[in-house]
Design a protein around this ligand. Structure first.
Ligand code: SF4
Ligand code: SF4
Length: 538
């Protein structure tokens, strides 16, 4: 079956379905769900019930006591996570979140309203953990935990990208992403997980990165980037790996050295660090900042994140800089310190170039590359020629996690305004904390899930279409590896003519090197356009 065309997909039916929401039956229709995890990935990670199965199978081969396992798991988490119990209890069903989820906007399926997504879990909570639910059952909004309910959880908790947009609008601050996270944890207990989450997690566990690249492959890729930069700029940069005693450990998402357009961001970092003479090192083991544990369980987050501090300690660095990645930063900013810290063997980060003390990173000892670069620009430590990016009319997509999980709104914009002459914001209700997700985050960026991804990405694509049509925007900059992978196909589908780049690719283009020769191409190897583009068309 071929993928639906945009003109078909855009006809969204928002009429409520005739079926009662309590009916859990789900149709696993091709294009709207992700395939199950391969047993070998579960085995690598020591997860329960590895087996061959698929969501569309009638028999999911659950363990005989699956129901007890789920309810025990729920009880344990209700006791452990106060937020979970609170989110189960306090929703007043005001509906403020209902139309805020990109999956609801793009699909019209009411079970993709955050309130109803969480209600799939709450109904079971009421049935087994509240007196009203035990006594009055359906009348109190309670449902028995059945295999159909479990299947429904799987379908809808893997149609949530854990983007947290809904939480911005909830008067009680209910974070449905956290309900999804618990839902996925519970599903894990009986071996129901998706491959695009567990395979990267298993690879990370074995080799330090999602792609399963061995240390020599990592080194080859960095060496290749160094050679390529020499061809473009005439300058040979150093890119140290595992250098003991370096001042700073630099950790990026592995897509930066193997994906496109991510790779051009890597070239940008390398040029920047060369220009300022930074004493830094990569690690061949912490060769991945991304953490697919976030999409699996708290335990998995902790296990995969441990390498960051372990490598910082082994290499004897003073502090850490992290590259352009979305969920990596949610983990680093919100979980790392409590899960794997305190990192009291590191120093509070101070820029060796400007002397700025990054007070915000005093505890984690890890600074975002955009914070670091914005500070360099602010202190006039970089010579920049923004006209080298003149062929681009740029907009900025706030990636969900750096935006909503760490409030990183201004630094990337400050950098972009200094390295580009043509920058245009998307509409206000689609940026900063209200940003719309790419629709493919949290492990949902698979080919088999294409229709749902396109539906989920529709609101973001729509805002991009607005600035394309109004200002002639042809480039979207972002600071997330998943965005860089999933937005190009989304735009090809909904709004052709938009390229995607990392912020540091554009920095690398604009950077005038002290020892560089006249540049004739940008970091993509394409000729630099010096002429002034036409004025905006509207
Ligand atoms: S906005 Fe908050 S309280 Fe209102 S329905 Fe949504 S989750 Fe419940
Ligand atoms: S976290 Fe994002 S994807 Fe999940 S329900 Fe909320 S808005 Fe939708």
């Amino acid at each position: 079956m071929s993928n639906p065309k945009p003109e078909e997909l855009v006809r969204i039916d928002y009429r409520p379905p005739a079926r009662d929401w309590m009916d859990p039956a789900v149709e696993f229709r091709k294009g709207t769900f992700c395939y199950s995890a391969l047993p070998k990935s579960l085995k690598y990670l020591g997860l329960p019930n590895p087996r061959e199965w698929q969501p569309f199978d009638k028999d999911w081969k659950l363990p005989p006591d699956w129901k007890r396992i789920i309810l025990d798991g729920m009880k344990e988490r209700l006791e452990k996570f106060r937020s979970f119990r609170l989110f189960m209890d306090i929703c007043v069903r005001c509906g403020a979140c209902a139309d805020k989820c990109h999956f609801y906007i793009g699909s019209g399926d009411p079970k993709n309203m955050p309130v109803l997504r969480a209600e799939l879990m709450r109904s079971v909570y009421r049935r087994y953990f509240t007196s009203a639910g035990r006594m009055f059952g359906k009348l109190a909004g309670a449902r028995d935990l059945t295999e159909d309910v479990l299947k429904e959880w799987f379908y809808y908790f893997y149609q949530c990208t854990e983007c947290r947009r809904c939480s911005v609008f909830c008067p009680y601050g209910i974070d449905t992403a956290e309900v999804t996270m618990i839902g996925r944890e519970l599903l894990n207990l009986v071996g129901c997980n998706i491959n695009w989450v567990l395979e990267p997690a298993a690879n990370c566990f074995r080799t330090g990165n999602h792609l399963g690249v061995q240390p020599h492959g990592f080194k080859d890729s960095i060496d290749f980037a160094v050679d390529e930069l020499e061809e473009i700029t005439g300058v040979r940069v150093e890119a140290p790996i595992n250098k003991k005693g370096a001042e700073i450990l630099f950790i990026v998402p592995s897509a930066d050295y193997f994906g496109t357009p991510h790779y051009f961001t890597l070239l940008g970092y390398l040029l920047l660090f060369h220009e300022i003479g930074l004493d830094y090192t990569f690690s061949a083991f912490a060769s991945e900042g991304g953490n697919f544990g976030l999409f699996s369980s708290h335990e998995m987050i902790k296990r995969l994140n441990a390498k960051v501090y372990a490598e910082a300690k082994r290499l004897g660095v003073k502090w850490i800089i992290g590259g352009e990645c979305g969920h990596m930063w949610r983990v680093l900013h919100q979980y790392m310190d409590t899960m794997n810290g305190p990192a009291d063997f590191l120093e509070a980060p101070v820029s060796p170039i400007t002397g700025t003390r990054f007070e915000n990173a005093r505890s984690t000892r890890m600074v975002h590359i955009c914070e670091f670069t914005a500070d360099l620009i602010h202190h006039r430590k970089l010579k920049l020629d923004p006209s080298r990016n003149d062929r681009w009319r740029v907009t900025f997509h706030d990636s969900c996690n750096p935006a909503r999980a760490m409030g990183l709104f201004e630094e990337p914009r400050y950098v972009l305004r200094n390295v580009c002459n043509h920058f245009h914001e998307m509409p206000e209700n689609t940026i900063r904390e209200q940003t719309f997700c790419c629709g493919s985050g949290s492990g949902l960026g698979t080919d088999e899930n294409f229709e749902m991804r396109m539906r989920g990405g529709l609101p973001r694509a729509n805002a991009v279409k607005y600035v394309r049509d109004k200002y002639g925007v042809n480039m979207l900059a972002c600071i997330c590896a998943i965005d860089k992978a999933t937005l190009p196909p989304l735009f090809d589908y909904w709004v052709p003519g938009i390229e995607v780049a990392g912020v540091h690719e554009l920095v690398g283009n604009a950077l005038v090197l002290k020892d560089g020769r006249e540049r004739t191409t940008d970091l993509r190897g394409e000729p630099l356009h010096e002429e002034k583009p036409e004025e905006a068309h509207a």
